[in-house]
Design a protein around this ligand. Structure first.
Ligand code: GLN
Ligand code: ZN
Length: 765
């Protein structure tokens, strides 16, 4: 037989039960026991679903009330001192409220403290809590949750496999803290005994297989880290369990030899992201080792082509026999729970998709097909998949010849503005007549309760389109009045009509589809519902012009149009898998290009194209960065370059790490870029200075995430630091991101101070 298993199942529940329970607990509406009981219920369900689907092993260890990396940190007793949990750690049980305080700074019990940093998990949109490490830190087993969960699963009669973040990846994801510089790898020896103890405890519970997730193996590893992998697993091999080391999110690349030769009983590889590695891995795999092949896409919602996979894995099956296992490429945490809930999607679309629950069936069927155990049901699934995929390949919903033809006609010239920046700047100065240190904002103004209520009523059919649009126009008019009163130089319409910067555009573009319950955990209790790009993208009609045009009629000051850029539109969606991402991105760029042209024709003198997701699209391997940046930059330019020289193109990015991508940022050739800088004390402008960044910059002068009103002196000082690095004529004054999450009571005084800053700077310069 060929064994079927998974690396993890979505923990949030089909109805986002986990989110609701956790948030109710935080609000004090339910008690600890009620929360724990929801957790148990969800786990029981998820195991049952896996069992019923026919998986040979049921995965335990993928559950977390907040984050699975955080769970490992607490299990290792790695609780930063500010949370005052020394006694809990010493007693071997970190309290759940302590983990919540680490995650979000506060919990129903315990003293509030600064939360741990959160960041994206590899190239996913899942955020984990960064483990904090200190010189000489000691570790000890400090949570029994995992063992309790194993006991639950065994009591329910399941054949259990445990999954746990491996020691190297846990350290890889961690950060050194404290004043003393040190290398976190030096803590490996202190961490390993705790892993050893965990494995021994699991063995005592009767667990045979433990999967240690080591996705760090798909990244560029320094030599010391490679050596550490070897030595660590040489130590862990002594544990009385079988170990499976799991790699995913990419190919093993130059870590392949290292990975296949680790002294463990199994290796998991991702052949969705890197199909080519399969043969090489098998060629090099020691004869005693199990190979788990991740063949079902755990990162996307497309139905698997079972016939193709069976064929592709046939020789693997022949060479490995029973040593071949089959699985999704990575944890199913990254896809929505159950397609059956999507009753609003038409039959055709549904036949193309597979969510987590459907991926269990695909995994099991593939395993049974390969192991010659196929049932009648498996053969039905096989045929249904083939039929659906054949239809998808031919569907006119996906292939629009006009889009392909237009793409084919794009030439180098379409990605260049007519004039170079100095010439454009001259024309823009004449057209816009802005003062030195012009002030502007990033786009959105407070999304008030009334705005949201109006949109809900509109979507529910309780408010007619005309009434809804009139309400939005009132909001725009209000935003314009406020900005004029504040004395801001370049205005925005405020984005009242947008629920979300991707969804708003996706809903108006051909090729995008929205699900109803397609929630995926982003962090903690927060879930996102990414749209799906199913087919060729085209723009049937203008999307933003009427709003910007209306806003411009209300003022003599220049109005800035507001678009979400092509890379961000791609990055925050589930993307079709039947053509390169770069092709899909170029299609989006063309649609947005038409919007730029229409905005300009409607008299909008400046257009901002937001690309907050540009950086997060960077591949996990350094060697692939340039290729990505090349097409990403080209897509942005394709969107922007249709603008006449006197039309000012802005872009915005919400982060502050530009060191390694500054050349690409400059290559965007936006006339103005607004970025996050306030928290870095303007030091991040050093890289713009060193690179001799030629165009204009608006370094965010205050942090919109904070409710505090920024003070004038402080912002003036920041701008003076900026002016030491960038010539004053090329500096703008603006907040560091959009203001939609704030209230007007904070926004107005903050912006009033910001305008005062610009006035003071003009007096000085
Ligand atoms: N224009 C958007 C806004 O102001 C930008 C949001 C973002 O950068 N994420 O809300
Ligand atoms: Zn932003």
């Amino acid at each position: 037989m060929t064994l079927a298993h998974i690396s993890g199942y979505p923990r949030i529940g089909g109805g986002r039960e986990l989110k609701h329970a956790v948030e109710a607990y935080w609000r004090g509406e339910i008690d600890r026991e009620a929360l724990e009981s929801t957790g148990r219920e969800l786990r029981r369900n998820h195991w049952q679903v896996q069992r019923e689907a026919g998986l040979d092993l049921i995965t335990v260890g993928d559950f977390a009330f907040y984050d699975h990396v955080l769970n490992v940190s607490t299990m290792l007793g790695a609780v930063p001192p500010r949370f005052g949990a020394e006694e809990e750690v010493a007693a071997g049980e970190v309290d759940l409220d302590t983990t919540f305080r680490m995650a979000r700074g506060r919990a129903p019990s315990g003293e509030p403290a600064a939360a741990c940093e959160m960041t994206k998990y590899f190239d996913t949109n899942y955020h984990y809590l960064v483990p904090e490490l200190y010189v000489g830190q000691r570790f000890q087993l400090a949570s029994n949750r995992l063992f309790d969960e194993v006991a639950e699963a065994r009591d329910a009669g399941h054949p259990v496999k445990v999954v746990l973040t491996g020691p190297l990846t846990w350290l890889w994801l961690a950060k050194e803290k404290g004043d003393e510089a040190f290398d976190r790898l030096s803590l490996l020896d202190a961490v390993l005994p705790v892993y050893g103890e965990i494995l021994a405890r699991l063995a005592d519970q009767g667990v045979t297989w433990v999967q240690l997730d080591e996705p760090a193996l798909v990244q560029d590893l320094p030599r010391e880290w490679k050596q550490a992998f070897e030595s660590a697993y040489n130590t862990l091999r002594r544990a009385p369990v079988k170990l499976m080391v799991a790699s995913y999110f990419g190919g093993l690349g130059d870590n392949l030899q290292l990975a296949v030769s680790l002294p463990v009983d199994g290796l998991h590889i991702d052949v969705v992201r890197d199909p080519e590695q399969l043969t090489t891995v098998i060629d090099n795999l020691p004869g005693y080792k199990v190979l788990s092949v991740g063949a079902i896409d755990g990162r996307n919602i497309w139905r698997a082509d079972l016939a193709v996979l069976r064929e592709r894995l046939a020789s693997a099956r022949m060479r490995l026999g029973e040593r071949l296992w089959v699985a999704p490429s990575c944890s199913l945490l990254h896809v929505p729970v159950d397609l059956d809930a999507e009753t609003d999607l038409d039959e055709e679309l549904r036949s193309w998709f597979a969510f987590a629950r459907q991926k269990l069936d695909e995994t099991v069927t593939l395993a049974r097909l390969l192991g010659n155990r196929a049932t009648a049901e498996d053969r039905v699934r096989l045929e249904a998949a083939t039929a659906a995929l054949d239809a998808r390949r031919e569907s006119p919903r996906i292939h629009k010849p006009a889009v392909a033809e237009r793409l084919a006609r794009i030439g180098e010239g379409d990605t260049h503005r007519a004039g170079a920046y100095p010439e454009r700047a001259r024309q823009q100065r004449r057209a816009l007549d802005l003062p030195l240190f012009p002030t502007t904002t990033i786009g959105s103004f407070p999304q008030t309760g009334e705005i949201r209520a109006a949109r809900r009523a509109f979507k529910a059919g309780e408010l007619g389109r005309d009434d809804y649009e009139a309400r939005m126009r009132d909001e725009i008019a209000d935003a314009v009045v406020r900005q004029e009163r504040l004395g801001i130089d370049m205005l925005v319409h405020g984005e009242a009509e947008r629920n979300d910067m991707v969804e708003y555009f996706g809903e108006q573009l051909d090729g995008y589809v929205f699900t109803r319950y397609g929630w995926v955990q982003s962090y903690g209790s927060r879930c996102v519902k990414p749209p799906v790009i199913v087919g060729d993208v085209a723009r049937p009609a203008a999307m933003t012009v009427r709003w910007s045009e209306y806003a411009q009629t209300l003022t003599d000051r220049p109005m800035k149009g507001m678009l979400t850029g092509p890379v961000t539109m791609l990055q925050w969606s589930f993307v079709r898998d039947d053509q390169p991402r770069s092709t899909t991105c170029r299609q989006i760029a063309l649609a947005l290009r038409d919007e730029v042209a229409d905005l300009e024709a409607a008299g909008i003198p400046a257009i901002q194209i937001d690309e907050p997701a540009l950086r997060e699209g960077l591949p996990l391997r350094r060697g692939e960065w340039q290729a990505y940046l090349d097409w990403a930059v080209a897509c942005f330019r394709l969107t922007a370059a249709v603008a006449r020289d006197e039309t000012q193109i802005h872009t915005h990015m919400c982060y502050s790490e530009f060191n390694d991508i500054i050349a690409a940022i400059a290559a965007l050739d936006a006339d103005v870029i607004t970025i996050e800088t306030s928290r870095s004390d303007m030091e991040l402008l050093d890289v713009f200075q060193d690179f001799a960044y030629p165009n204009e910059i608006g370094p965010g002068v205050y942090d919109i995430h904070s409710p505090n009103i920024p003070q004038v002196d402080w912002m003036v000082q920041l701008m003076e630091k900026a002016a030491e690095r960038i010539p004053a004529e090329r500096l703008w004054v603006n907040p560091d991101c959009g203001l939609k999450t704030r209230g007007w009571a904070e926004v107005e005084p903050a912006l009033a101070n910001m305008v005062e800053v610009a006035r003071e700077l003009r007096r000085r310069h």
